[in-house]
Ligand binder design. Structure first.
Ligand SMILES: [Zn+2]
Ligand SMILES: [Zn+2]
Length: 257
């Protein structure tokens, strides 16, 4: 069985703990690229930092991506985007009615053992707020596809709502179908994220039935670990390994801008 390409890996160029040089060595463990956060505080501030990152990583023989922070990302020139091997677009916060809804706490919960209940449950009690979060998420994904030209949607169903209970209950089927349809239409790959354990099985089955493309993302910030959860997700949703990206973009159109 050929190893799947891991697109989503961080280095010390953003919040990872491993250098580009060490990442270049670990491709011997399994094929992977690097995809640091953009923007990232004092490290990935703008075009110049991104271009230096692409040069340094490519010189080491790495496939280079970026994890675009949808909604807060400063624009990059088309030429810079084109010189990346792939773009991952991901949502880490949303603004609802002028207020920032941060995903950090939900992220810690989903990455952990999930034994205790999610501490921020009460924050998301309002059905109106939940509906707005879902709509705002779809709009962020649409923006990533149509205007940023992303190739992969990173941790697609990672939302605070998913920390509240069964994702199949928290995410209406109709919302899942709209999400998947946007990706399928532009051949944007749906990431299976090892760290957050998303998307859930029913979402992946729906995506497979619509003919979606997929992508592996361990989202590691440290050492390269096994892809046990990803392999289980693939098995349980009966995904075809031939539908996974292998470190290169396959989109129908790279971007509208
Ligand atoms: Zn992320
Ligand atoms: Zn990441």
């Amino acid at each position: 069985m050929t190893a799947l390409f891991d697109h989503h890996i961080h280095t010390d160029r953003s919040d990872g703990r491993v250098s580009l040089e060490d990442r270049a060595r670990s491709v011997a463990i399994r094929p992977h690229g690097v995809s640091d956060h953009y923007p990232w505080r004092d490290k990935m501030r703008g075009e110049d930092d991104v271009l230096r990152y692409i040069d340094d990583a490519a010189r080491l023989g790495l496939r280079v991506g970026l994890e675009f922070d949808l909604g807060v990302m400063p624009p990059l020139r088309a030429a810079t985007r084109a010189s990346l091997h792939y773009l991952i677009g991901a949502v880490h916060q949303l603004t609802i009615d002028g207020k920032r809804v941060a995903f950090d706490e939900a992220g810690r919960y989903l990455k952990g053992d999930r034994a205790a209940p999610f501490a921020q449950r009460d924050l998301y009690a309002s059905p109106d707020l939940r509906r707005k979060i879902l709509e705002s998420m779809l709009e962020a994904v649409r923006h990533g596809i149509d205007e940023v030209g992303m190739d992969i949607v990173g941790h697609p169903t990672f939302l605070p709502l998913v920390a509240l209970g069964d994702p199949e209950e928290m995410l209406p089927a109709e919302w899942q179908e709209r999400f998947i349809e946007m990706c399928v239409r532009s051949r944007v790959a749906i990431e299976l994220n090892e760290s957050y354990r998303v998307p859930h099985r029913e979402f992946l089955v729906r995506a497979r039935e619509r003919g979606a493309l997929f992508s592996v993302g361990s989202d590691t910030h440290g050492k390269i670990g096994p892809l046990d959860r990803t392999e289980a997700m693939i098995r349980e949703a009966a995904l075809d390994r031939g539908a996974f990206l292998s470190g290169a973009r396959v989109r129908r159109e790279s971007s509208r801008i």
